[in-house]
Design a protein around this ligand. Structure first.
Ligand code: KIV
Length: 275
């Protein structure tokens, strides 16, 4: 059965953990879906993982729609959330609603995610009023990397922790159905989780969040440009892939592959007439 925002609300009420992984293509989405993961995020980490950018700032609406629609085709049960890229919602409430609508209509998302706290509450309010569920994202918000001056843990001082809690309440009040907490000390994430009615989805925010999200290429060991402390590698798929690519290269060059079993037959008479 297709998971929805109601699945998220129910999980919070019942105290069952939620799972979310990123995906950017049909085949990966299908595998994640078949594994029973609750939700797939078409993250703008697409910029780093798939497009090879240094940050997420260059990702466009067209990128998100293109990859989002592919993921949506592969996700039969998982709730599909598509990230709103940099400058698709910060500019105005109007832009936010129009672009969230495009991610739903053209990308076939079931919900959108955007970064920021109280400063984007009007956008969250307007998008949810248009019937589009919003997942908020606070703490380390990679689209503000230049303002932060790097990838740093957020909410460590009393003032910063207070601001994070205020932001969590602001996005809940604005109508978000869930909130991602990225790179937040575990005790602060627990406090936010205990105080909010909506589920918190942690990434580098400890075990007490209502759910967890990871970038799939990180947890499979496929992306090695940088590996944050919070990543656990559940497989060394990157090494397996390189090994398989090497074998293919060697076998084609040495004539081991392809063999008869990989080829299609034709009657000798047909071929002889062509010589
Ligand atoms: O873009 C992304 O993958 C994300 C997750 C890290 C939460 O926003």
């Amino acid at each position: 059965m297709k998971k929805t925002v109601v699945t998220f609300a129910k999980a919070k009420q019942e105290g069952t953990k939620l799972t979310m992984l990123t995906a950017y293509d049909y085949s990966t989405a299908k595998l994640i879906d078949e594994a029973g993961v609750d939700s797939i995020l078409v993250g703008d980490s697409l910029g780093n993982v798939i497009l090879g950018y240094e940050d997420t700032l260059s990702v466009t609406m067209e990128d998100m729609i293109h990859h989002g629609a592919a993921v949506a085709r592969g996700a039969k049960e998982a709730l599909v959330v598509i990230d709103m890229p940099f400058m698709s919602y910060q500019t105005s409430v109007y832009d936010a609603v129009v672009n969230a609508g495009r991610l739903m209509k053209e990308g076939r998302a079931q919900a959108v995610k955007l970064e920021g706290g109280s400063e984007v509450a009007p956008q969250i309010k307007a998008i949810t009023a248009a019937g589009i569920p919003v997942m908020a994202h606070i703490g380390l918000t990679p689209q503000s990397i230049n303002a932060f001056g790097g990838f740093k843990v957020q909410g460590k001082t009393e003032a910063a922790a207070k601001k994070l809690l205020e932001d969590a309440f602001a996005v809940q009040e604005a109508g978000a159905f869930a909130v991602v907490l990225e790179c937040v000390p575990d005790k602060l994430a627990k406090l936010v989780t205990d105080k909010l009615d909506i589920p918190t989805i942690g990434i580098g925010a400890g075990a007490d969040c209502d759910g967890q999200v990871l970038v799939y290429a990180d947890m499979l060991g496929m992306f090695s440009d940088f590996t944050p402390k919070f990543v656990k590698r559940f497989a060394e798929t990157g090494k397996l892939m390189t090994e398989a690519f090497k074998q293919y290269n060697d076998q084609v060059k040495s004539g081991v592959y392809p063999t008869k079993e990989h080829t299609y037959a034709i009657d000798d008479e047909v071929i002889e007439k062509l010589y």
